[in-house]
Design a binder for this molecule. Structure first.
Ligand code: AMP
Ligand code: MG
Length: 415
């Protein structure tokens, strides 16, 4: 059923998120798993670290032998062998003896501590210990990081550099993760030309396909650029049919009420289950959403800023849900911030104003940029936040607290 009423952003987001489900599972090489969501629980098949080892360069000893040792009263021990990292000791350390050991090397049997080389003096017939050690000092025990069979990573975890390191330590060369949705991107418009086409009067360059592909990649989806369809029903229908192998479809343009806005009509003719086509927001009021053969189809507005903001508010959460992220990771993070300038808004719908957000003294500060038109693509550069101004509010003064959605990382303000 198409909602003719103009929906609030939250209503529209709920409809979108309820209509998509988590993608299936695939196995990928570990090195390609960054940012993916784990689809299995993981435990190592061996203890990590796999053997007791030394955390310093020095001498493996029996701690009791060093009791009372100091610079003034060193204790003298015989040296049995050298144990470089990667080798296995051949001698057991008995009372009165030590073995020279390197960082990471296997702790020899009999030893229960390591004296740092800085606290020793090498002698022709052995070594002088200048500082006593406790049992266990400078020893990293087998399995102290993770025990064999101990589950430490769970399905649903987002794989970051730490997870990749740990999986490598477990010798996992492949991991099961949620599939990355293939996201087809289709621009529409008779006026739109490609990057390498001649820009003749009346035409504009296709920026939407590129900004969208980058947004898709940023949330770890797989963008598939399907180029530009001209403003004719048959051409748009043909182009939309060609998107059906994708998991998600994004089109841009042709969704408002102009004479050449055919996207909605074509979707309906193709039997799409349309859910809504307008959202009460600026930029980005026209936004057609429906399921075409069960797959989410976002008819995004053509205006370059509306297109990007609509993606961030509606398509990004859907892609992230499909990729297996948990509900807390679906939406852009919202934070309170101090507004650094006066601003005005139309009051007729919720506004999302592009802003530079910094952090000073533990608080976020937001400065909206000049040029907030939906075609002002420059407002999407150098900005990392969207200041929200609710319906009914026509001005907000400097110093007020506002809600900001973060589109990117926040740095400290320049001093
Ligand atoms: P439409 O929604 O088709 O009426 O387009 C709205 C505005 O967005 C018009 O000014 C279009 O020229 C512009 N536009 C549409 N598609 C693109 C595109 N792919 N790249 C940049 N601007 C576009
Ligand atoms: Mg158009």
């Amino acid at each position: 059923m198409t909602a003719d009423r103009m929906l609030t952003v939250e209503e529209a987001q709920e409809i979108v998120l309820d209509s998509v489900s988590v993608s299936g599972i695939e196995r990928v090489p570990l090195a390609e798993s960054l940012g993916r969501v784990l689809a299995e629980d993981v435990a190592p098949r061996f203890d990590v670290p796999p053997h007791d080892n030394s955390s310093v360069d020095g001498y493996a000893v029996r701690a009791a032998d060093t009791a009372g040792a100091s610079g003034d009263a060193p204790c003298r021990l015989g040296v049995l062998e050298d144990i470089p990292a990667g080798t296995v000791p051949s001698r057991k350390v008995g009372t009165g003896n030590a073995s020279r050991i390197m960082t990471g090397a296997f702790l020899p049997e009999g030893a229960d501590a390591v004296v740092m080389v800085e606290n020793t003096k090498q002698r022709d017939d052995g070594v002088e210990i200048l500082k006593a050690v406790e049992q266990g000092q400078n020893v990293r025990y087998r399995g102290e990081d993770v025990k064999q069979g101990q589950r430490v990573l769970f399905g649903g975890a987002v794989i970051g550099p730490g997870e990749i390191g740990l999986l490598a330590a477990f010798q996992r060369s492949q991991v099961a993760v949620r599939r990355r949705p293939a996201v087809a991107i289709l621009s529409t418009g008779d006026e739109v030309v490609e990057l390498d086409e001649k820009l003749v009067p009346g035409k504009i360059v296709n920026s939407n396909s590129y900004s969208l592909a980058a947004l898709v990649r940023e949330c770890n989806g797989r963008p598939v650029n399907l180029g530009i369809a001209r403003d004719s029903e048959p051409e748009i229908a043909k182009a939309i049919r060609s998107t059906l192998s994708a998991d998600v479809v994004l089109s841009t343009g042709g969704v408002s009420v102009g004479d050449y806005d055919y996207v909605k009509k074509v979707l309906e003719d193709l039997g799409a289950d349309m859910r809504f086509w307008r959202v009460k927001m600026k930029p980005g009021k026209p936004l057609a959403y429906g399921l075409l053969q069960g797959k989410p189809f976002f008819g995004l507005p053509g205006n370059p800023v509306s297109c990007m903001v609509s993606f961030l508010l509606f398509a990004r959460p859907a892609v992230r849900k499909m990729m297996g992220y948990g509900p807390h990771d679906w939406h852009l993070p919202a934070v309170p911030a101090i507004l650094e300038n006066d601003l005005t808004a139309g009051g007729d719908r919720r506004h999302y104003l592009r802003a530079r957000v910094t952090r000073t003294g533990g608080r976020f500060h937001a400065s909206t940029v000049a040029g907030q038109g939906s075609g002002m693509l420059s407002s999407m550069t150098g900005t990392n936040g969207l200041v929200i101004v609710e319906t009914g509010i026509t001005s907000v003064s400097r110093g007020s607290e506002v809600k900001v959605l973060l589109m990117g990382a926040v740095g400290q303000a320049a001093p």
